[in-house]
Design a protein around this ligand. Sequence first.
Ligand SMILES: C[S@@+](CC[C@H](N)C(=O)[O-])C[C@H]1O[C@@H](n2cnc3c(N)ncnc32)[C@H](O)[C@@H]1O
Length: 399
Amino acid sequence: MNLASPKPHSLPVPEPVALEHSRRLAEHIAAAVADSGGWLPFDRYMELALYAPKLGYYAAGAAKFGRLAADGSDFVTAPELSPLFARTLARQLGDVFELAQSAQVLEFGAGSGRLAADLLLALEAHGTPCEQYCIMELSGELRARQRETIATAAPHLVGRVTWLDTLPDAFAGAMIGNEVLDAMPVRLFARRQGVWCERGVTIADGRFAWEERALHGPLPEALAPLDALPAGQDYVTETHEAASAFVRSVAPLLARGVLLLVDYGFPAGEYYHAQRGQGTLMCHYRHQAHDDPFYYPGLQDITAHVEFTGIAAAGVDAGLELLGFTSQARFLLNSGVTSLLGELDPSDLATFLPATAAAQKLLSEAEMGELFKVIAFGRGIPAEAMLTGFAAGDRSHTL
Ligand SMILES: C[S@@+](CC[C@H](N)C(=O)[O-])C[C@H]1O[C@@H](n2cnc3c(N)ncnc32)[C@H](O)[C@@H]1O
């Protein structure tokens, strides 16, 4: 039985071994649909598609991160694009080490290990070496890949890296995560003729299919403002319980220092806007974006934009202080990306041209500069201390 959606014309055909892998994951998810009475809420489908042990997209061997479809990768993240991202972030983390009186990093969801490797090198070069770099990663396959990336790029520093199985009781220093929140399962909701339903997954005619069911519990609070929409205006959107729970769970362990998260998304007012009526759920396969999460589960990424008002509330409710919220472009400019570019030799074309092209992508409003945001929380750092990344253009008031 082929449970996945038929392949859209524009997407490449996966290799037979990948198709077999996807078929096994689809059967695993189909068993979960059957066990739950024929309907799975979408967040559970997304969790299995991405993280089912040994089968999910992040838990198994797909290449995932990279610059080109020809590498077998599906999407590129800022650290994969250029070391410029890590080098700029290192300047900010150097300040955090001083404020926190602790030169430690705890990275969540370290992907290929690129950010960890480049940060360790950049922190050392900046004169603020990291004493201990901890990684909290759900995927065993990625842990192995991270170790290899760091051992290759920074062999003299790999001894400072520790992979954690459980969160520590307390941590002082910088906790960071790039594009981690967007990879957390979301619940999907639809408003049809003024009535809210939850979107979930069933099996119809031998394939995964959408089914909308009447709400069991109350409507999530975040969606209440949408009730003002005209009854005839249908609306589909998502809520981010897992991402908020993640922030609530890591906040208490920050004894002194900063939690800094980078991701694409908007504050609630922009997210739950009348004109964003199709939601932000998106899938990535071989650098092509589409909106069908039933296309070959396990072979493609599934993601949703982050709703930062909920993330800010989760951090503050958990006792952290909101230190800043701004666009990625503003954060990188404030943290000195242009002076780092200025240190490059323009006659060394092999280094200079890729660095300027990457800077354009990281900073441009039309690329990652505006859609991506940086949010930072702190605890136990001097009240008058301000992170340079938010020195101009802080948008905390929009949350
Ligand atoms: C989109 S990838 C980003 C990878 C990397 N940070 C980068 O920027 O290239 C999402 C990462 O988050 C990890 N992840 C998802 N949920 C997590 C959680 N609750 N704790 C730690 N890592 C998580 C995934 O396994 C994956 O490594």
